[in-house]
Design a protein around this ligand. Structure first.
Ligand code: BES
Ligand code: MN
Ligand code: MN
Length: 463
């Protein structure tokens, strides 16, 4: 591999690489909203087109039960290893719109303190269009400089942000063409632009909806208040009781399968740079909160959580209306760690909520999507190839870290295809993924494009 030629090619085509990403970011591929179906399909077509231009042998928009999967491949020799690139072209909804400084689907470049070279502001800039597109441009750069060292398959889906409901069945159906040696994913974060890191794990997820029903209709809170259970009051108490005074989760059996790290492993984790003052300052909070006995890095990396994502019921309009509501609702997610299982945890949650609810209300628990936690060994060939690649381009060995987020399909890649995934993320946690003003640093975008080809050559030469 001629990395100088690749670097030169990137430099020559910098502007176009950026403009193409900006064009992709203009299409509002929001998978959670059915109104955006056309934009979702248009994005899939655009990704396919860009892959063809970049030099794949074939590319298709492959139908699934839900949004299509963009599949493409470049096979140079059956005797060489195959890297399967996974990413997603769908994005989160942009709401709340009034908190964006510029419209979410009209990308603009602005400098920030963290990104002095500029960052692209748009929904999906970091999660995941910007990070996914790095792979397309890295591939183009290898093709155009005659330095692609192995086979490549692209599998870019359009439902990651809604739990990848269709990709699992699609993988099983397409197993015969998904043989490969490693899955490469850029959809996670690193510590900082001067502190590269590679995630060695992802948390799992169990997402639940709870409905608490009281009386058969909304009541006058003066006439009935004090004598009839208020579903919102009850729901708040049920939720508050999910944590004890040490912020330990109280659902019976919740921690039974949690793998505790050894002191040596915890000491290793503590080596990752973390500055509490900066963390608090970035979030504008005067103090942090979490499970007793664990550091912040441990709380987000190796410990499970339970959080309310949304809660509603009763009167929320203008002014005040005195009402004792008939129903209350909450969406509650639990992040899981090895060896918790999302179905088992969902069942424990359901049983717990139904059993502790007072007789004065009815509780209905409906599970939404889930996913299993994963760990990636730093001893795997893929990890070593990724680590060496980052070490070359950043001039520093990346720190192994445990990511707090979830990519549910990763556990299925292991189960169905027997393949490890390398979490080769170049975003930053402060890039506001899922939040207003999401952005992706230009430094990160170009650094990713430059680093990815080194992964390919390291991985190929290792075999
Ligand atoms: N790219 C994120 C996951 C992520 C972000 C992992 C940062 C590590 C660091 C992904 O798109 C995502 O948002 N996943 C969802 C899960 C999904 C089922 C909606 C999540 O983690 O909430
Ligand atoms: Mn993502
Ligand atoms: Mn996401």
């Amino acid at each position: 591999m001629d990395s100088a030629a690749i670097k030169n090619y990137i430099e020559q085509n910098k502007e176009r690489f950026l403009n193409e990403l900006m064009d992709l970011l203009k299409i509002p591929s929001i998978s959670a909203k059915s109104d955006y179906k056309d934009a979702v399909l248009q994005t899939a077509e655009a990704v396919k087109q860009r892959l063809l231009e970049a030099g794949v042998d074939k590319a298709e928009v492959s139908p699934s039960k839900g949004n299509p999967i963009v599949y493409a491949e470049k096979i140079i020799s059956p005797t060489l290893p195959t890297v399967i690139v996974y990413g997603h072209y769908d994005v989160q909804p942009a709401e709340p719109l009034d908190l964006w400084d510029s419209p979410p689907f009209e990308p603009v470049i602005k400098k920030t303190a963290v990104h002095p070279d500029g960052a692209i502001f748009a929904r999906g800039a970091c999660d995941d269009k910007g990070q996914m597109y790095m792979h397309v441009k890295a591939f183009e750069s290898m093709m155009k400089t005659n330095s692609l060292p192995c086979n490549v398959k692209f599998m870019i889906e359009g439902e990651e942000e809604v739990g990848s409901p269709s990709l699992g069945p699609w993988i099983i159906e397409n197993k015969s063409r998904l043989n490969g040696d490693v899955i490469l994913i850029s959809d996670t974060s690193m510590i900082a632009n001067d502190t590269p890191s590679i995630d060695t794990g992802l948390r799992g997820l169990a997402y639940m909806e709870v409905e608490v029903s009281g009386p058969n209709r909304d009541l006058h809170s003066g006439v009935y208040g004090g004598a009839v259970a208020n579903p919102i009051n009850v729901l708040c108490k049920l939720i508050a009781d999910c944590h004890d005074e040490n912020k330990h989760i109280t659902i019976p059996g919740f921690y039974d399968k949690v793998v505790e790290l050894s002191n040596a492993e915890r000491a290793d984790m503590a080596l990752a740079p973390f500055h509490l003052d900066e963390f608090k300052k970035d979030l504008n909070v005067s103090d942090i909160m979490g499970e007793k006995g664990y550091s912040t890095i441990e709380r987000t990396g190796i410990r499970p959580t339970l959080d309310v994502n949304g809660i509603w019921g009763g009167y929320i309009g203008e002014g005040a209306k005195t009402v004792l509501p008939a129903k209350a609702f909450a969406k509650i997610s639990m992040r899981l760690v090895p060896n918790q299982n999302s179905q088992e945890i969902s069942a424990l949650f359901q049983k717990h909520f139904e059993s502790v609810a007072p007789a004065s209300v009815k509780v209905k628990v409906t599970p939404h999507h889930g996913g299993e936690p994963v760990v990636v060994s730093t001893e795997s060939k893929g990890y070593k190839a990724a680590s060496a690649a980052m070490e070359s381009t950043f001039g520093k060995k990346p720190v192994p870290t445990r990511g707090g987020g979830s990519i549910p399909i990763v556990a299925l890649f292991k189960k169905e295809l027997g393949l490890d995934s390398i979490l080769f993320g170049f975003g930053l946690d402060s890039d506001a993924l899922h939040s207003p003003n999401e952005h992706y640093g230009l430094f990160n975008y170009y650094k990713g494009i430059e680093t990815i080809p080194l992964f390919y050559s390291n991985f190929t030469n290792q075999k």
